[in-house]
Design a protein around this ligand. Structure first.
Ligand code: NAG
Ligand code: NAG
Ligand code: NAG
Ligand code: NAG
Ligand code: NAG
Ligand code: NAG
Ligand code: NAG
Ligand code: NAG
Ligand code: NAG
Length: 583
């Protein structure tokens, strides 16, 4: 402990801080000297990381007790002793010379220099500028354009689409060695841009595309008291950036040598960094854990499931928790006009490297565009703000999908009509029709046809039975559906309050209700216009109850009170409302 204190003391004596933030041409900084930014936030000088003896030129926090380096100049070529110097050349570059005057590192510039000087800004950005020209557009060079493993407030994480400059993070090899490690964290411009962590060339984590509010794979990213964030995406640039809400807070985003993208915040009181958030939160964040068309559900065991209509490609591997081969369609799909779409909700959108983006299309146009192109496998809104806008299409296999409990997104995956029919009415998003009334009216027409069929059959049958004179017995036997009294229904639906109204179909409105025993019901109030007699209604109920898919929504009974006729169903929130409305 005492040894450590002495060391710290020696360290601070050796470090002679020049009370300026700027270096001019031919001015030299030797090992042991530093310069400090005007506000005293950052310091530039020579250092050795942890147990290493190598010397590097870097920038670290001045106010943070544990030395935390945010940028390293000569990360690939260390100095082996303390004879190095840093200087500004008259060509407007920064150079590091070793003890025998060999340039071991140099910044560069594509612009002519005039009275160049290097300044360490209080943001931690080391900039080379001409004279007093502090317009960032005119900088000859800036360290923020060449990040190491750390993203600071104000840095642009992404690309300049005009110059091609790509600012990305690359991990240190180890905490002792700032040289480029295995991992990079980089904005991928393909389709809808997303951030990718790679180990070498292998993707290990994906942020998902920006959806107007956040990256699809960062459900935890929300407005907070520490930093504001933005994703800029236009013809010239695409980048993620953040800035501080309170400039006295110290926060940084860093890519660790193990490939974790983490945000740390400095706590003065404890004198330590705390982990504020992490891009990778659990196993489901491992890229493509469940293979193609697999979906990862962190609270399930096993975590991986095939998407609806898909099954494991190799069942035995899948059963052994080797999900990497993913899933294939249970029924091979032929691309044709009759194909539809199945809606997936509350998920991280699939890998968008094989996607296509149009920000001005609406969801309906998006759906029909996808339907027309046989290689299109899925679509969704590219921006979820204000009810959704823009079009994002996927071509080819869908990968790296996971389920979220909050802030998940919806997307629509192509399915054969036969599959969709098999899933029955659960995909209210089919054909991209967002507005309920479209479905309600279509479904109602089908309902009308079905009902008239039932009625016709019934009338024919009644005539036949009457002829046989044997109608009563059979009818009584069938009438096993309980009758509800009106008071029960009024109580359950709060007197058919508008708040409880689920929708309106061709037969009349449908209400949600709760019986005294807590059972949730859906009540379909048949329009009074249907001038049926009592017996006819009862018979109709029986026939409907025979016709309906009992496994979908259970008909509990009916209620008859004067002119009022109602059908009572079990309420199943997971099933589409359309079924109740159509019934
Ligand atoms: C400076 O670098 C050159 C070239 O790498 C090398 O030959 C020389 O030994 C180095 N000098 C010192 C003092 O490290
Ligand atoms: C390095 O350059 C400086 C300045 O040009 C000079 O004073 C010094 O003698 C040189 N050192 C060596 C080892 O050449
Ligand atoms: C400057 O150097 C970086 C590598 O440090 C290189 O990627 C970039 O192309 C260079 N730019 C110019 C203008 O030479
Ligand atoms: C820089 O600014 C200072 C004070 O604002 C001024 O005196 C000086 O002439 C300027 N230098 C240049 C090169 O513009
Ligand atoms: C990164 O990849 C290398 C080989 O390419 C492998 O040895 C190593 O385990 C991987 N690291 C992680 C954290 O996945
Ligand atoms: C900013 O943060 C500092 C330190 O945490 C705190 O003392 C100060 O009150 C904050 N300022 C504002 C405006 O929130
Ligand atoms: C980096 O990759 C090498 C092989 O390429 C591997 O031996 C090493 O374990 C990897 N390091 C990490 C932290 O993944
Ligand atoms: C995007 O969609 C709009 C509206 O449909 C269309 O006018 C425009 O040409 C599309 N842009 C591209 C690049 O396809
Ligand atoms: C389908 O979309 C892909 C990718 O945008 C495109 O290359 C292909 O030409 C399209 N096919 C048709 C038939 O439009």
């Amino acid at each position: 402990m005492e040894g450590f204190a002495t060391l710290v003391l020696v360290f601070s004596i050796l470090r002679i801080s020049i009370a300026v933030d700027t270096m001019t041409v031919n001015q030299i900084i030797t090992d042991g000297e530093t310069i400090t930014s005007a506000g005293g936030s950052f310091e530039l000088g020579f250092f050795s990381p942890d147990s290493s003896k190598n010397r590097y030129v870097g920038i670290w926090y001045k106010k943070v007790a544990t030395r935390t380096v945010v940028w390293v100049a000569n990360r690939q070529i260390p100095l082996t002793d303390s004879s190095g110097v840093l200087k500004v050349t008259d060509r407007g570059t920064l150079v590091i010379l070793n003890g025998t005057n060999t340039t071991i590192w140099s910044s560069n510039s594509s612009r002519p220099a005039q009275n160049p000087n290097a300044q360490l800004l209080d943001s931690g950005n080391l900039v080379m500028k001409n004279g007093n020209d502090s317009d960032s557009e005119n900088f000859l060079w800036q360290s923020f354009d060449y990040p190491c493993d750390t993203l600071l407030p104000g840095m642009k994480f992404g690309r300049n689409r005009v110059t091609g400059l790509d600012r990305y993070l690359s991990s240190w090899k180890t905490t002792d060695d700032p040289s480029i490690g295995n991992f990079t964290y980089r904005l991928d411009p393909g389709g809808s841009p997303q951030l990718l962590v790679r180990n070498g060339s292998t993707v290990t984590f994906r942020s998902g595309p920006w959806n107007g509010l956040r990256f699809s794979g960062f459900p935890q990213l929300r407005p907070n008291s520490v930093y504001r964030y933005a994703f800029i995406f236009n013809d010239k640039e695409m980048y993620y950036t953040f800035e501080l809400v309170n400039s006295s807070v110290i926060t940084r985003l860093v890519l660790s040598p193990e490939g974790y993208a983490q945000r740390f915040t400095w706590i003065d009181r404890t004198g330590d960094w705390i982990l504020y958030s992490s891009a990778q939160t659990d196993d489901c964040d491992s890229y493509a854990l469940c293979g193609v068309y697999g979906i990862c559900k962190i609270n399930r065991s096993p975590k991986c499931e095939c998407m609806k209509g898909f099954e494991p490609k190799f069942q035995s591997n899948w059963d052994m928790a080797d999900w990497s081969d993913g899933c294939v369609r249970s029924t091979p799909m032929v691309c044709q006009k009759s194909n539809g779409f199945l809606k997936y909700s509350g998920v991280k959108l699939p890998d968008t490297r094989n996607s296509w983006l149009n920000e001005s299309m609406n969801l309906k146009e998006c759906a029909s565009l996808c339907l027309r192109n046989c290689s299109c496998t899925a679509y969704t809104n590219s921006d979820i703000r204000g009810g959704g806008s823009g079009c994002l299409l996927w071509f080819g296999d869908l990968t790296d999908i996971r389920e979220y409990t909050e802030n998940g997104q919806d997307f629509y995956i192509r399915m054969a009509k036969s599959e969709l029919d098999a899933f029955a009415m659960t995909s209210s998003g089919s054909k991209g029709a967002k507005r309920k009334w479209v479905i309600v009216s279509t479904v109602s027409i089908v309902g009308m046809i079905l009902l008239s069929l039932v009625l016709t059959l019934y009338v024919l049958r009644k005539k036949r039975l009457r002829r046989k004179g044997a109608e009563n017995n059979e009818r009584e036997e069938d009438l096993e559906l309980p009758l509800f009294d009106l008071d029960t229904i009024l109580n359950a639906t709060d007197n058919f309050s508008n708040d409880n109204k689920l929708g309106e179909g061709g037969f009349g409105p449908v209400y949600k209700g709760m019986l005294q025993d807590g059972k949730e019901i859906a009540v379909k109030r048949l329009s009074k216009e249907s001038r049926q007699g009592l017996d006819e209604f009862k018979n109709e109920v029986i026939h409907i109850s025979k016709l309906q898919h009992r496994n979908l929504v259970k008909l509990l009974g009916c209620c008859i009170h004067g002119e009022e006729k109602m059908l009572i169903y079990e309420y199943m929130p997971n099933k589409s409302l359309d079924f109740f409305i159509f019934g």
